[in-house]
Design a protein around this ligand. Structure first.
Ligand SMILES: Cc1ncc(COP(=O)(O)O)c(C=O)c1O
Length: 344
């Protein structure tokens, strides 16, 4: 059955598709994965995920290539990252193979929602790990639901149109020795309020400095920070940022293009020296950032300093080249020399 989705205006919101892939961990083992068409799960009101955020998740994309093949981009990397998040929560996690197979079966069951080649839309795949056993003590969950759902999505935020960002000094996303490097549901609750404040102020992105000293760049609210400085690709080395799979891919492609990759602490003052700045992540690959305002508080109108990068109208040249390369690999128009894609 072909559905009638307007692929050019698909937006970034969940849509009901055909099926979700699910498996339950109970009594020390995972149940055989199933595809279900009911998107409503009943869950015990005492489930730890509802009270103590015993929950972590992933986000990856499937693409329909120019050659008609369906590619999932680096799913083993997402499987690996989910395992590290689950280990922090002391929760069971599916094996990498089970993770990837369930992602593939979810995509296969929802192929009619996979946008055609040539549109900017893609199929976003969301694996979710949720503690479901009833509990009142603060404990790790013993029973865990693993669900993989998907939805077609268009460009998140602005696509490749540059946005402005604000440096968030009066709220922390991640504690210095906390959970910033894992993809826990709790992290997103931490950043919800400042994110809303930044959006109300008209900013497209929120840039967090490191929480301990507020002197170095960490990452954006839901994406990594990367910059181009001359012939270098510069990205923060920090224990409290999420290890972005997009960032790692862009670093490899930058190295392939002959750029020097510098993964190191970045002092805020160095922002003045960057030619191109981008937020990077699965949702859009890169979002160019044309200005970062330094505000002592998101509630106050005072801006102490503004940093500007490139044109307010278009993506920087080097960043665009990297964007084209990664999208080419995802679409099958460029050779996947690093073996990143898993073909359905
Ligand atoms: C906090 C945060 N940083 C970075 C990223 C980008 O990671 P990835 O490229 O793996 O999507 C995301 C999105 O998942 C995120 O939520």
């Amino acid at each position: 059955m072909q559905n009638s989705i307007d692929w050019a205006n698909v937006g970034f919101m969940p849509r009901k598709t055909n099926a979700v892939a699910v498996s339950l961990f109970r009594d020390g083992k995972w149940s055989a994965p199933e595809l279900v068409d009911d998107f409503k799960f009943s869950i015990n009101v005492f489930a730890g995920s509802l009270h103590y955020a015993n929950s972590c998740f992933e986000g990856l994309k499937a693409f329909r290539g120019a050659d008609g093949k369906v590619r999932l981009f680096r799913p083993y990397d997402n499987a690996h990252r989910l395992a590290s998040s689950a280990a922090y929560l002391d929760m069971a996690c599916p094996s990498e193979e089970m993770f990837v197979q369930m992602c593939l079966s979810c995509v296969k069951a929802n192929l009619e929602f996979l946008p055609p080649y040539g549109v900017e839309a893609s199929l976003y795949v969301r694996p979710l790990l949720l503690g479901v056993n009833p509990q009142i003590n603060l404990n790790s969950s013993t029973d865990v639901l693993f669900a993989v759902m998907c939805t077609p999505v268009g460009a998140y935020s602005s696509g490749l149109k540059p946005v402005t960002a604000v440096l968030c000094r009066n709220y922390d996303r991640a504690a210095p020795n906390g959970t910033g490097r894992f993809k826990l549901a709790a992290n997103y609750a931490m950043s919800m309020h400042p994110y809303n404040l930044a959006h109300k102020l008209g900013y497209g992105e929120l840039l967090y400095p490191d929480s301990a000293t507020k002197s170095k760049v960490d990452e954006f609210g839901s994406s990594n920070f990367m910059a181009i400085k001359g012939r270098s690709y510069v990205t923060p080395l920090s224990n409290s940022v999420l290890p972005s799979i997009t960032n790692r891919s862009l670093q490899q492609l930058a190295a392939d293009e002959g750029l020097t990759v510098e993964k190191r602490p970045i002092c805020l003052e160095e922002l003045a020296e960057f030619d191109e700045v981008n937020a990077c992540g699965t949702a859009v690959v890169i979002t160019p950032v044309c200005k970062i305002d330094d505000r002592p508080a998101l509630e106050s109108p005072e801006v102490t300093r503004s940093y500007t990068f490139g044109s307010p109208d278009k993506c920087g040249e080097t960043s665009f080249k990297l964007y084209k390369r990664i999208r080419g690999i995802q679409n099958g128009t460029e050779e996947d020399v690093h073996g990143w894609c898993v073909i359905l």
